[in-house]
Design a protein around this ligand. Structure first.
Ligand code: SF4
Length: 247
């Protein structure tokens, strides 16, 4: 009898242990990383990106950090190709921060008009140039904290300039391509760029932040398009379980 009651009590304990695992998983899903961020899977994604885009870099043409800053401001809601066209003549006419800071606003507006939102962009470009002269001795600052004080500059622009012009990994560039692709690849389950950047900074090794941003943007432009991703051409197809995959 004693042996039977021991067996019974052991059998009763089992469901208690079985319940604890899903509870733990639920906590991880709620506050932790999404399932797709297993380090081995992330490493495989990074290897595939290296394989496909070993030389990915910023596609905005520039000769120095200041030009890259201005071109990045101009690239909001505009293609890099269009910005590069405008930049060709723009930097000849306005060669340094002083030239932009003391420009005639209505003239500068016309010079950058093809990039769209030209009034706002003129304010940002002139404001950033003035601040660079007055607060930073004519040089684009090298920290995120300082660069964010420039008018018209948010984290995306800060990351582009610090990463590409100075090689400083201050975060991950989160543009429209990175938002879409990091969700498709299940590296984040957020839509807010700030949260996405935090998620990516958690799972991507810091030494890869700069290159990863370029590679994801290149992949978004060339293969993983918003409407019809060319999954048949994608070397990450086996790693990807996006709902809108086309194969
Ligand atoms: S398989 Fe398709 S959806 Fe997934 S990353 Fe590649 S192109 Fe994008």
């Amino acid at each position: 009898m004693a042996a039977k009651s021991k067996k019974k009590s052991a059998a009763k304990k089992k469901p208690v242990r079985a319940k604890s695992k899903p509870a733990k998983l639920a906590r991880a899903a709620k506050g932790g990383r999404p399932a797709g961020t297993d380090p081995k899977r992330v490493a495989a994604i990074l290897a595939k990106l290296d394989e496909a885009y070993p030389d990915a870099t910023c596609e905005l043409k520039h000769q120095n950090a200041f030009q890259l800053l201005i071109s990045t401001i101009l690239s909001a809601q505009c293609t890099d190709v269009r910005v590069n066209q405008v930049a060709e003549t723009l930097y000849k006419k306005y060669p340094d921060p002083k030239a932009f800071a003391y420009a005639t606003p209505s003239e500068l507006e016309q010079d950058i008009r093809p990039t769209g939102f030209f009034r706002n962009k003129t304010r940002s470009v002139m404001g950033a140039s003035t601040a660079i002269i007055e607060k930073f001795g004519g040089e684009v600052p090298r920290t995120m904290e300082e660069i964010l004080t420039l008018p018209g500059v948010a984290r995306k622009t800060g990351n582009v300039v610090l990463g590409t012009a100075y090689g400083i990994a201050s975060g991950v560039v989160v543009d429209t391509h990175v938002i879409r692709l990091s969700n498709r690849l299940d590296l984040t389950r957020n839509e807010d760029p700030k949260k996405i950047e935090q998620d990516l900074m958690q799972v991507i090794p810091k030494e890869k932040w700069i290159q990863f941003s370029h590679q994801l943007i290149w992949h978004g432009r060339r293969v993983c398009h918003a409407r019809k991703p060319k999954c048949i051409e994608c070397n990450m197809e086996r790693l990807c379980y996006a709902k809108d995959k086309t194969v």
